[in-house]
Design a protein around this ligand. Structure first.
Ligand SMILES: [Mg+2]
Length: 335
């Protein structure tokens, strides 16, 4: 069937079929639902949902499979899994989350896919199915109600709002300049959702430390974490994770859709399921050196407010956002 073709994956009946696996951990048994198009990395996220053991802390054991389960990019359809056999997971829940600060999936290099391939990824049947399953299974907890008539801004954290790699005595020293001014200004036109490829504990902790959750001037609609992401496969770049906005649209169709949503992330691959909705932000790194000069959030405030009146912001090419700002300020001067 369409979308199931790939050079590296042999056709397997498991590809589209759902499989329920039993995972033993710490004396208890858990069931997780996966399918052949899921990678080992996704299986670990499903196990994380059931056990709270973070994927990177999990070691998976299964009869006759050996080291293949140590490679997150291997597809489950490539493994001889049977629902009659049990998997064993070894790993510890991260209660002391402070030990964990430097680890992040974002240290991977970003890449661009050819325009054709990006289209292909979002239209592949297998990826749409993954998205539907994720949307069915992932719960979004609203911290504040969605507001009718507002557009939606989805924000990454690491390197977008925060330099998570530099050492600092307090996280506020690593916050991107003008963060609160930016959120305050755009809140007039946009609901705000934060989506990070880390665990929910971390998302909350960082947002609390930066003062984002109790600022009186704006409200955050929801927080999303790594468990809301899906893994997709590209012909040229292999397997990678991305943030499918369709998951949010499926939860709140009366508020948000592909026409009124924009997402900021320093990694373009995170937009792969919705390339027209992504704006790749210049990464905020080396906070101590760049803290006094970084103006990205000021400039992006202008852009977001300038486009807020459009019915469909997905027709814009967000790669050219800086040109849009310039043209706009010229128009204002001549008016
Ligand atoms: Mg990031």
């Amino acid at each position: 069937m369409a979308g199931a073709s790939s050079s590296s994956v042999a056709a397997s009946p498991l590809t589209e079929e759902e499989l329920t696996l039993t995972v033993k951990w710490s004396g208890k048994e858990y069931t997780v639902r996966v399918c052949g198009d899921d990678s080992v990395g996704e299986l670990k996220r499903r196990i994380c949902e059931a056990t709270n053991v973070l994927p990177k802390r999990q070691k998976l054991l299964y009869p006759k499979i050996g080291s293949k389960l140590a490679d997150d990019s291997v597809l489950l359809s490539q493994l001889p899994l049977k629902s009659s056999l049990k998997m064993t997971m070894i790993g510890t829940v991260e209660d002391d989350i402070i030990v964990d600060q430097v680890d992040s999936p974002d240290i991977l290099d970003d890449f661009e896919l050819g325009q054709d391939e990006a289209v292909d990824i979002k239209d592949k049947v297998v990826n749409k199915q993954k998205l539907r399953r994720r949307a069915d299974q992932y719960k979004i907890e609203l911290r504040n109600p969605c507001r009718k008539g507002k557009k939606l801004l989805v924000l990454d954290i690491d390197y977008t709002l925060f330099d998570h790699q530099s050492p600092a005595e307090h996280p506020l020293q690593l916050m991107r300049p003008y963060l609160h001014e930016f959120l305050t200004a755009v809140y007039a036109e946009y609901d705000i959702i934060i989506w990070s490829a880390t665990s929910m504990k971390w998302v909350e902790l960082k947002m609390v430390q930066l003062g984002v959750l109790d600022n009186p001037n704006y409200k955050i609609t929801a927080l999303l974490d790594h468990l809301a992401m899906i893994t997709v496969q590209s012909d040229s770049r292999g397997i990678f994770d991305c943030k499918p906005l369709g998951l949010i649209w499926a939860h709140f169709p009366e508020f948000y859709n592909s026409k009124n949503t924009i997402m900021f992330d320093d990694l373009r691959r995170n937009f792969m399921m919705n390339p027209q909705n992504g704006l790749k932000i210049k990464p905020f790194r080396k906070a101590h050196a760049n803290r006094d000069t970084d103006q990205e959030l000021v400039k992006l405030t202008q852009y977001l407010l300038a486009i807020a009146d459009l019915d469909d912001i997905s027709v814009l090419d967000h790669r050219n956002w800086e040109l849009y700002d310039e043209a706009n300020s010229k128009r204002r001067r001549h008016a």
